[in-house]
Design a protein around this ligand. Structure first.
Ligand code: CUK
Ligand code: CUA
Length: 624
């Protein structure tokens, strides 16, 4: 069946999947969905649980003029941007360019943002997956958001006062940083998982010798954004989350086999989830027990490393069924929930037990069978876990304590399942990553939308579905579909009271030179360079025109001297590829060469007043 209705695993060796699921004891009736034909009907591999109960009457409507209760920060995947979406309305509030350029704001066009992207590696795109809010005492402090670039091994920071990217770190020695989180409870580090194994250093050595490739785990300082240290491990790394006490970072792993093709990567029954003991790693770094590679201390965390032989190994390797995908640590920090992907189970790792046991397998506290293709787990703070089932296209809600008490592989802890359309990756409930989740709403970030929206050509939106969960006592209810441009992977929610966005720039917050109307003018700074200073206000530029010589390098500095919120002006110069926004009290600069003699009208791109069209200036370029 060509139109298989959903993303099945899509492995060339489908028999492999069948065998694995058989081994895992899935009922034969579920095989149809593995073969990829049932996502349209919402799956159905789960025995003994019902779908789509309804009737709570929960409304996600936010009346005109009212505000949403929560900010949602969505990663934009390979679009490179973040999106800010209000919850529960699902209205898109803004976008924040991070690894991409953006002509609405001028990000990547002005001198400062160009420099930021250049120093951050100079790439024109990135693949952001995991947005994380900075924490103080295990709660969101509203300061920063950190997000990874899976494509180029980078971590970026967004300033949540201005909703603006203010730092990008191109981490040495790493290609794909996939998992990314902050170390709870106080954001001591931003942590990143190296997904792709490569030679270390990757300078041409061992290119044909995958046995010598290596995966790295990295810690970046959240203030300086400098890389602090790395740990090399066996196998690869996928997703990461930390305990709530600052000690453990738990990273999932597929490809313990260290293969380079899909058959090899999925060969073995077990992969090793890694538990990084952060203080033990810091101690090793302090003791000088590392090798320096491209200026970064790299600690050996492989299984044979001497640092892993003693009483306090720096990395514990926990055997976990088949290519697990995600790790999420529950709100009270007791358990890490590791979703099986190719196993229909979620493994619960007891983080309190982990330090005490010599065999980390003994720290496994439960392993409920949740359904086919479990990827991500989220929490309502009232004892329930919710796991996305990629193959079944469902969200499974289950009881955490019941899973501890039940036998491994039991379906008993499952409370209910909700169909989603289609194929969920991350799911996220309100403030689920804090120590005190808020419940009420859950979003399922589905990879396909298929027939849920008007057709818009072959590249269709994703479908982020809003599900009411209440405080976990009532049944899940699907309340809204929300099309999303490719391709969000994850999102994180903060109550509106925890974010304090400024509406007007404060000069004290940035080091640009504020330009007044008196400062407006042209200053020749060199034989072939000029500095043009210009204000903007309704409805005029500080200079009605300015004159430069052909061939001049023009530095144009613009301050928006408005003090009123929401009055943005744009500065566009035709035929010079210049366009950027200047918000009230902000100053932005661009530098470009005025090559060709002529008259160039400068105009304002933001509709700022009734005389917006008349808000013009002229750049006159005289023949040299
Ligand atoms: S990943 Cu995409 S669905 Cu990068 Cu967190 Cu799991
Ligand atoms: Cu200023 Cu339009």
């Amino acid at each position: 069946d060509e139109d298989d209705g959903g993303l099945s695993l899509g492995l060339p060796g489908l028999t492999l999947d069948r065998r694995d699921f058989m081994k895992a004891g899935v009922a034969a009736g579920a095989m149809g969905s593995v073969a990829g034909c049932s996502a349209l009907s919402g799956g159905g591999g789960s025995s003994g649980s019902q779908s789509t109960p309804s009737g709570s009457g929960a409304s996600h409507v936010v009346e005109p003029g009212e505000h949403d209760e929560y900010y949602g920060f969505w990663s934009g995947g390979h679009s490179g941007e973040l999106r800010v979406i209000g919850i529960p309305s699902m209205r898109e509030l803004t976008r924040i360019p991070v690894f991409n350029t953006d002509c609405a704001s001028g990000y990547g066009y002005t001198d400062g943002t160009q420099e930021l992207l250049e120093e951050g590696g100079g790439y024109s795109w990135g693949d952001n997956h995991h947005p994380n809010l900075s924490e103080t005492d295990g709660d969101y402090d509203g300061e920063y958001l950190y997000v990874n670039d899976k494509a180029n091994g980078r971590i970026a920071r967004v300033n949540l006062t201005y909703f603006e990217t203010d730092a990008i770190t191109d981490v040495p020695n790493m290609q794909a940083i996939h998992g990314c989180c902050v170390l709870s409870p106080d954001t001591k580090y931003v942590l990143g998982n190296g997904e792709f194994r490569a030679p270390l250093p990757n300078d041409g050595r061992d290119v044909k010798n995958p046995d010598n490739y290596t995966s790295l785990f990295v810690a970046v300082d959240p203030e300086s954004m400098e890389t602090q240290w790395q740990v090399k491990v066996d196998g690869n790394l996928d997703i990461v989350d930390t305990g709530k006490e600052g000690r453990w970072a738990i990273a999932s792993c597929y490809n313990s086999e260290e293969a380079t093709d899909i058959q090899g990567m999925t060969r073995d029954d077990r992969d090793n989830v890694k538990a990084f003991d952060i203080p033990a790693i810091e101690q090793a770094v302090e003791n000088g027990e590392y090798e320096e590679v491209n200026g970064i201390p790299v600690v050996d965390g492989t299984q044979s490393s001497s640092l892993n032989q003693g009483d306090r190994p720096i990395v514990k390797y926990v055997p976990t069924p088949k290519s697990p995908h995600c790790v999420e640590v529950g709100p009270n920090g007791d358990y890490a929930f590791i979703a099986g992907k190719l196993s229909p189970t979620v493994t619960m790792l007891d983080l309190n037990k982990l330090p005490e046991v010599s065999d980390p397998a003994e720290a496994v506290a439960g392993r409920p069978r949740v359904g086919l293709g479990p990827l991500h787990t989220t929490f309502d703070g009232n004892g329930h876990a919710y796991t996305s089932l990629f193959i079944d296209s469902q969200v499974a809600k289950w009881d955490i304590q019941a899973a501890v008490e039940a036998d491994e592989g039991s379906e008993e802890p499952i409370i209910e399942k909700q169909d989603v359309h289609y194929n969920p990756g991350h799911i996220q409930a309100l403030e689920a990553m804090t120590t005190d989740p808020d419940g009420e709403w859950l979003v399922s970030l589905n990879k396909l939308s298929k027939d849920r929206f008007l057709p818009v050509g072959p590249i269709m939106p994703d479908n982020d579905q809003l599900i009411h969960i209440g405080q976990g006592e009532e049944s899940m209810e699907l309340v809204a579909d929300h099309p999303a441009y490719p391709e969000p992977h994850d999102c994180v929610f903060a109550h509106k009271d925890k974010i304090d966005a400024k509406k007007v720039y404060d000069k004290a917050d940035y080091d640009q030179t504020y330009i007044t109307e008196e400062d407006s003018g042209v200053e020749r700074t060199g034989e072939n360079s000029v500095h043009v200073k210009m204000t903007t206000k309704r409805s005029e530029f500080g200079l009605p025109d300015f004159t430069v010589q052909a061939g001049d390098e023009v530095k144009l500095s613009t301050t928006n001297i408005e003090g009123v919120q929401d009055i943005i002006h744009g500065v566009a110069i035709p035929e010079h590829d210049i366009n950027y926004a200047v918000a009230p009290q902000d100053t932005r600069e661009v530098t470009f060469t005025a090559d060709d003699p002529g008259v160039y009208w400068i105009y304002c791109t933001y509709f700022c007043s009734a005389l917006h069209l008349e808000m013009r200036s002229r750049m006159i370029v005289e023949p040299a």
